[in-house]
Design a protein around this ligand. Structure first.
Ligand code: GLA
Length: 397
């Protein structure tokens, strides 16, 4: 993990050791894709790969942030942060958070911040939400602002929606803030009611495969899907008084004349509503430890995302179809927004070595890419790792 180097690298860059360290996880969504901004259910978990931060107060009015991933450092003056526009760069996530804090009258001393990752960036594991929420969490902690986790979730999402310009839902930020070791989160995105479900999957492992396929036009395609869902809702409302898309049933979709006149919107609605039902069924399967049923729902989700929501791509389909034919695999699907990025599979622990070698060799034979593999488990949400001067390495999982 990136922790040991983090302390040394902080000192090399800023000339003294850090005073605090933090970890903000990535998220894996087990089931419930594109249901969040439609008021439905999702089932994400925080993973034990993510973003590490080392910080120290610097006695100035500047926040200096170095990111290893982009090998660049930015300096943001706390005086003019509310006048800095978004620039389409990684610094937007930091400026957006500082901006929001400033608007709430929350501020403090300048900080030096070193950022390191063991999460592939832009691959459907929420690297940007991990970064944004990590920044919000550490500022809240370092400046003693006293915001609770849910407030930080709202800040991080607002930065994505209003500053960066991605109309994402609340799932990623929520999972990164509320995740718990060995649990997934069963969240209703309209009410924000949630339960932590124990991962009753003894003898099985989650294995993530990164397609390495660059996610093209992900932000604009994502925003387009969001608009199509909105149009589907408007069409359904002509015959049903529903507040959000996930409040409709498949029967409502099939009987809506207005929706039938909009073929793309009809498909989007069919995915969203069937996916929402799959999440509820999957929660029940997980509670019963029914891994077979859970796996079937994963495959069904992938087919629906591929054919009705149209956010998969050839590489993700190859990974899922290959997984399906490997012994010991119970289910597989793309995760996150799609258009490239990652899939994951639920694999019998004893079958994992064969799974990894078969999927990586088949994938490199059929595509120009080498798949990355992450063996993952459910870890805690964003947290302070503690005093870097203490001798023991923190437990991230
Ligand atoms: C991205 C967004 C989430 C969610 C997923 C799709 O990860 O940030 O809000 O919409 O895509 O399920």
């Amino acid at each position: 993990m990136a922790y040991g180097n983090l302390l040394v690298n902080f000192e090399r860059r800023f000339g003294h050791g850090p005073s605090d360290t933090y970890f903000s996880p990535g998220r894996l969504n087990l089931l419930g894709e594109y249901t969040d901004f439609n008021g439905g259910y999702v089932m994400p978990l925080a993973i034990n790969s993510g973003t590490y931060f080392a910080i120290r107060r610097n006695g100035t009015d500047n926040v200096n942030v170095f990111s290893e991933a982009v090998d660049a450092q930015i300096r943001i003056s706390l005086h003019d942060v509310s006048h800095r526009p978004a620039r389409g760069a990684w610094s937007d996530y930091v400026v957006g958070v500082l901006n929001d804090f400033a608007n709430q009258g929350l501020s403090g001393e300048g900080l030096d911040i070193y950022v390191s990752n063991d999460l592939p960036l832009n691959s459907g594991l929420s690297s940007s939400a991990s970064f944004t929420l990590g920044v919000a969490f550490l500022l809240n902690d370092a400046w003693g602002c006293g915001l609770d986790r849910l407030s930080l979730v709202h800040i991080a999402r607002k930065v994505e929606n209003d500053f960066v310009g991605v109309q994402c839902g609340i799932m990623d930020q929520f999972a990164i803030a509320m995740g718990k070791r060995d649990h997934c989160i069963y969240l209703h995105c309209h009410s924000l009611d949630y339960a932590l479900l124990p991962m009753h999957m003894d003898g099985y492992e989650i294995v993530i495969t990164d397609s390495k396929r660059h996610r093209e036009l992900v932000n604009s395609s994502y925003n387009l899907r969001r608009q199509e869902c909105r149009s589907a809702l408007d069409a359904l409302r002509k015959s049903q008084p529903i507040e959000y898309l996930c409040a409709a049933t498949i029967g409502d979709v099939e009987s809506s004349e207005a929706l039938r006149a909009l073929p793309a919107e009809l498909k989007r609605a069919r995915h969203v509503i069937s996916e929402n039902e799959r999440v509820a069924t999957a929660a029940d399967a997980l509670n019963r430890g029914d891994v077979t049923r859970f796996g079937e729902l994963m495959y069904a989700s992938h087919v629906s995302l591929r054919d009705d929501f149209e956010v998969s791509c050839r590489e993700l389909d190859i990974l899922v179809e290959t997984a399906m034919n490997i012994p010991g695999v119970m289910g597989s699907r793309m995760t996150g927004a799609g258009f490239g990025g990652c899939t994951f599979a639920l694999v019998a622990t004893t079958a994992v070595p064969n799974y990894i070698s078969t999927i990586t060799s088949t994938y490199s034979a059929l595509t120009p890419y080498e798949a990355g593999v992450i063996r993952s488990c459910a870890g805690d949400g964003v947290k302070r790792l503690g005093d870097p001067a203490s001798a023991c390495e923190p437990d991230v999982t």
